[in-house]
Design a protein around this ligand. Structure first.
Ligand code: SF4
Length: 270
């Protein structure tokens, strides 16, 4: 059995070669993360901490949440973090996160939102006896007693706010909703909610059971495609600037570490 995550499936869609370096060769990249990823982690951690306190019947002050954000930022910070947009500094990104926390806190206080769990690990079964499973982590799961719906919350720190269509077609939270239905019953309605922190906006979407069945089949097809894949093509796109493997990627004229060159029987790279 192989465990797939949404990001693993997405990596294959984005670039099969990156998938090979990451999941087959398991190469540990020299650049571990981008500044955007660092900002995302520090913000997620602070919001997770906030809701853990709330679940323990204590509403922390805004200053305490900011303090938590600063702690995570500093703990995981390294000068090795990649900044692609050179016009911005580490400090600019750090300050962005502070603003995310302030806006979110003000908008959601006093947090009467029926939160059940944060960073909820969830397993998704695609069909009975199917050998592979999907694992996911829900940023926050809540139950809204007014609408009688479970709510799957996802925090986004990206600058770009997509059109509603993208949310209505999104596979990640839809997949997680399959896992929630498998846990609590297929009859439950589930609201998918994205918090776009840079825009201080909440976007929602829903799926029918029929759409979720189609999604499961689509994911099975995608896993079959990965398992039968023989040619791991590169896909040179703008996102390569954020790829942690760019320094060793042949599409950018770079070489794999020696041991992997030998593994590939690859002496000449273009
Ligand atoms: S740099 Fe681009 S082409 Fe190379 S592995 Fe990364 S995403 Fe793929």
């Amino acid at each position: 059995m192989t465990t797939f995550s949404y990001s693993r499936l997405q990596t294959f869609e984005q670039c099969p070669y990156k998938y090979k370096l990451k999941y087959i060769y398991k190469i540990k990249p020299e650049i571990e993360k981008s500044i955007e990823a660092h900002l995302g982690t520090a913000t997620h951690d602070a919001l997770e901490w906030l809701y853990v306190q709330i679940l323990n019947n204590k509403i922390p002050t805004l200053d305490e949440v900011i303090e938590q954000y600063i702690k995570t930022w500093q703990k995981d910070f390294s000068l090795n973090i990649l900044i692609v947009k050179q016009e911005f500094t580490h400090e600019d990104y750090f300050q962005k996160g502070i603003k995310f926390i302030i806006d979110y806190y003000i908008k959601h206080t006093p947090f009467n939102d029926g939160t059940l769990e944060t960073e909820k690990q969830i397993w998704i079964e695609l069909e009975p006896n199917y050998p592979h499973k999907i694992i996911g982590y829900i940023d926050r799961l809540s139950y809204n007693p007014k609408t009688k719906e479970y709510e799957i919350h996802d925090y986004k720190t990206a600058n770009w706010l997509p059109e509603q269509k993208k949310f209505d077609e999104d596979k990640q939270l839809a997949l997680y909703s399959i896992g929630i239905k498998q846990l609590f019953g297929n009859h439950h309605n589930i609201n998918l909610i994205w918090h776009y922190l840079n825009h201080n906006k909440k976007i929602t979407s829903k799926r029918t059971n029929g759409q979720l069945e189609e999604l499961k089949q689509g994911i099975i097809n995608q896993i079959n495609k990965i398992e039968n894949n023989k040619i791991w093509n590169t896909n040179k796109i703008i996102l390569c600037d954020w790829c942690e493997y760019k320094q060793i990627c042949k599409a950018h004229g770079n070489k794999l570490p020696q041991e992997f060159q030998e593994k590939e029987g690859q002496q000449t790279l273009f």
